[in-house]
Design a protein around this ligand. Structure first.
Ligand code: AMP
Length: 283
């Protein structure tokens, strides 16, 4: 299987599929594909006739001190994986193809939904994502696009974007795929050394513990969360955030009220590696 690098060519190839009467699903990724990505591809294949995967490490969503240069790139093995999974087309553009102009004059701003979680810790992150996903949606024009719950804030923001920008694309959220010990799969897990890899699932265990306590009736999780943060810190994690957020508007939830949906989410550092994970809970 070959990667298509040119916008005109991917458009042409997607049109061929559409002219054959096929519905088109789209799974955007940054490559270094793992089982989490594959689960999204499989979910897409259940819903549509043909699936397009993009592999593009988008410079616009990385801050100046972040890992753009180190981010794993392994296009040839990713292509083999896509072929084995029955992916129809892979779009892997260059930076020059995606951002040919020296300066980007048009950007989409994200409002309150990015005030907490990763949006608070990574300035410009969601604007960079909105920019690239908009471009990709306009290039592929899929019927369905699949994103992972692993990046739950991204999904919530993209749901708004699709609605407010009238993309007319059905967004589907796939569940988080985990290693046997509970660690959420991530291309960034490759950065972990052996000792860190052994410690890493503690984040998931803390989220599970909080979920259980909430299910058992804790409706003001502040102390519970503080305790879990101390435990994680004692194990050597540096905490970016660890909190319960409302599903509706992604704001910290001090008091949980019945009939509402919440997200228990954490972002932590082990050494230089940033790990994120979350669980959704209906209270
Ligand atoms: P990325 O390549 O990290 O940009 O991720 C591409 C897509 O895969 C995003 O929609 C992610 O939310 C999703 N994804 C990443 N990790 C997982 C996972 N462990 N399980 C399910 N989906 C995932």
């Amino acid at each position: 299987m070959e990667a298509i690098k040119l916008i005109d060519e991917i458009r042409e190839q997607v049109n061929v599929l559409k002219q054959q009467g096929k519905t088109v699903g789209f799974v955007p990724t940054m490559g270094a594909l793992h089982d989490g990505h594959l689960s999204l591809i499989r979910l897409a294949l259940e819903k549509v006739d043909a699936v397009v995967v993009s592999i593009y490490v988008n410079p616009e969503q990385f801050g100046p001190d972040e890992d753009f240069d180190e981010y794993p790139r392994q296009l040839s093995s990713d292509l083999e994986i896509c072929e084995d999974e029955g992916v129809d087309l892979v779009f892997a553009p260059s930076d020059q193809m995606m951002y040919p102009e020296e300066k980007q004059y048009i950007r989409i701003e994200v409002d309150e939904l990015k005030d907490h979680m990763d949006g608070a810790s990574r300035p410009g992150f969601y604007e960079g994502i909105m920019l690239v996903v908009n471009k990709l949606f306009n290039i592929i024009e899929p019927d369905v696009a699949v994103f992972g719950q692993k990046d739950i804030q991204q999904v919530r923001i993209l749901q708004r974007m699709v609605k407010e920008m009238n993309h007319g694309i059905e967004l589907v959220m796939g569940p988080i795929r985990r290693a046997n010990d509970g660690l959420a799969l991530s291309s960034r897990n490759a950065y972990l050394n052996d000792e860190e890899r052994l410690k890493a699932p503690a984040l998931f265990r803390s989220l599970i513990y909080v979920k259980k306590q909430i299910e058992d009736g804790v409706d003001t999780p502040k102390l519970l969360l503080e305790h879990q943060v101390s435990e994680l810190e004692a194990k050597g994690f540096k905490i970016d955030y660890f909190n319960v957020f409302t599903f509706a508007d992604m704001k910290p939830a001090e008091k949980l009220t019945s009939g509402n949906k919440y997200i228990i989410a954490g972002a932590v550092y082990l050494g230089d590696t940033r790990l994120i994970d979350n669980l959704i809970i209906e209270f």
